[in-house]
Design a protein around this ligand. Sequence first.
Ligand SMILES: [Zn+2]
Length: 172
Amino acid sequence: MTLRLVMGAEKKPDFKKAQEAALALLDEFGYEVPPIDPVIISRELGIRVYFVEFEKEDDNISGFFSADENAIYVNKNEYAPRQTFTIAHELGHKRLHEEWLKSSDYKVLLRDQSAAPKDPIEQEANVFAAHLLVPKFILQKYKDIASIQELATLFMVSEPVIRARLKHEYGK
Ligand SMILES: [Zn+2]
């Protein structure tokens, strides 16, 4: 147990792998214009998506992937852009971390943890989600003609996600 924790702490996130996996999926579906809907993608891949009300003590959960059911459960009380990001994040785990999803190490996505997680696996899932929902090749077409608010509406994500993507790709 101790050994695994040490190894886990030393593992570096592979952002390139996460970005490429997101791009490959977009390519598979032929997306060229926003918004990218991870619910449609999930369902096309045979993954069920359920919007559910969690028990009160679990209401800090944004969502999770059920490996047994091949299904994503999303907190229906969160606002839509957040739900979209959660689904894309869990889809990232499915594409990148299938073995880990089935293991006891898997953790649900909590509301307060999602912004800047330390766990490399969580970081990879966030990068996958950001690049899936706001791919550079599509962002490129709109970034100079739309405001951050308009971009958020166009891509159906939150404004912080747009800001993070602009900063990542264009340093602004
Ligand atoms: Zn996660």
